[in-house]
Design a protein around this ligand. Structure first.
Ligand SMILES: [Zn+2]
Ligand SMILES: [Zn+2]
Length: 391
């Protein structure tokens, strides 16, 4: 317990600095892959606390990797920072994610000389909007040496074992044939009718899909003038399912809705993936039990042990298929839902920073658990292997 207390004390000692960091990121919201200020601020914070920081890793300007080594070889424990905003600011509270993961690493690093192993902090850009920063960094090999990783995400409730849905996004461009809509409509082929037909087909599909799936579309282009049979339209769809396997099957069925719509209206359709697909979150009980106990020891309220159904998606899901990972949801003590202005308000200022400090302590304590007993890391890896085999 001594080391856990020390890690917590270090975080508490740096509360003002963590608060300033959390507020700075909130007050300077930057969209995915443009998080220059946030990544620089996190990098500077970690460097000041003895980490070796490399900015712009994995070919992403706003990604970073910070490291502090222990006395010898041992587990490499990762902390994942997110810091991208939405058009309405930090309405997903990623200012809390970035500052809490960095603060946790600083708290844990204070005693790293006593351990075998490394602490790695990864700055992972653009989680929102299918940016897939974590997937890009994984593919670039930036986290090849990491044995496990952790992060906290602000939420309306504290949930230990959350569910994240697998998600993919596609663009469907329909090509018809233009014609004067009054003089010779028979010479035209309407890309608008194809697009409408696709939405109808998708709605028909909903009758025979699992209740846990989500299919949601928008219209990006819908023709230019009413007196011209529209030549070009574009729809975009987000498609979500409980697992990667279910998602792949559902995606094919949605594609067929588009193909059938094109066929029935004498149009053609081009299908393109948008961004990077996100996988479901594979939970890891070995890690979750550690962080759950640490939260309980801190006197934190746990609203839900296991989420009943998934609503969101994240690229942390992709990592969870490769290494043991957790993303615990921590309550912002507001019923507001993420991506709303009210949720942003709950993540702002000292109020948001206090959540970051509490999350940081729980993560640092979990890091102490893993360094004290590296066999837990092996057990977590075993569990992941078993879960992937079952799927
Ligand atoms: Zn979000
Ligand atoms: Zn988020």
């Amino acid at each position: 317990m001594y080391c856990k207390n020390r890690a917590k004390e270090v975080i508490e000692k740096n509360r003002d600095e963590i608060t300033a960091l959390c507020e700075y990121i909130f007050d300077n919201p930057e969209m995915g892959f443009k998080e220059y200020k946030a990544s620089a601020a996190l990098g500077a914070f970690l460097e000041k606390h003895g980490f070796t920081v490399e900015m712009g890793v994995g070919g992403l300007e706003t990604a970073f990797r910070a490291e502090k080594k222990g006395r010898g070889s041992g587990p490499v424990i990762g902390f994942l920072c997110e810091y991208d905003a939405l058009p309405n600011g930090h309405s997903c509270g990623h200012n809390i994610i970035g500052s809490s993961s960095a603060a946790a690493a600083v708290g844990l690093a204070e005693t790293i000389e006593e351990y075998d192993g490394n602490i790695v902090v990864l700055g992972t850009p653009s989680e929102e909007g299918s940016g897939g920063g974590k997937e890009i960094l994984y593919r670039a090999g930036v986290m090849d040496d990491m044995d496990c990783a952790m992060m906290f995400h602000p939420a309306p409730w504290t949930v230990i074992n959350d569910i994240l849905l697998a998600i993919a996004a596609f663009s469907y461009t329909f090509h018809g044939k233009p014609a004067h809509a009054g003089v010779c409509p028979e010479k035209g082929r309407s890309a608008v009718e194809a697009l409408i037909q696709m939405f109808n087909n998708v709605n028909g599909l909903r009758v025979t899909v699992k209740g846990t799936t989500r299919i949601h579309g928008i219209i990006r282009q819908g023709g230019t003038a009413t007196n011209i049979i529209p030549e070009l339209t574009e729809a975009q769809f987000g498609i979500r399912a409980s697992t990667k396997g279910e998602l792949l099957e559902l995606v094919e069925r949605v594609h067929n809705c588009a193909r059938a719509a094109a066929l029935s209206t004498d149009c053609t359709v081009d299908i393109k993936e948008i961004g990077i697909s996100y996988m479901d979150l594979v939970s890891n009980e070995v890690l979750l039990q550690l962080v759950e106990k640490n939260l309980a020891d801190m006197g934190e309220r746990i609203d839900m042990r296991n989420a009943k159904e998934g609503v969101g998606s994240s690229d942390v899901g992709n990592l969870s298929h490769r290494i043991p990972v957790f993303q615990v949801m921590i309550s912002v003590d507001s019923p507001a839902l993420p991506h709303t202005d009210a949720f942003a308000e709950a993540c702002r200022g000292k109020r948001g920073a206090d959540i970051a400090v509490r999350a940081a302590k729980a993560m640092a304590m979990t890091g102490v658990d893993l360094f004290n007993n590296p066999d837990l890391v092996n057990k977590a890896k075993e569990e992941l292997k078993e879960r992937l085999n079952v799927k």
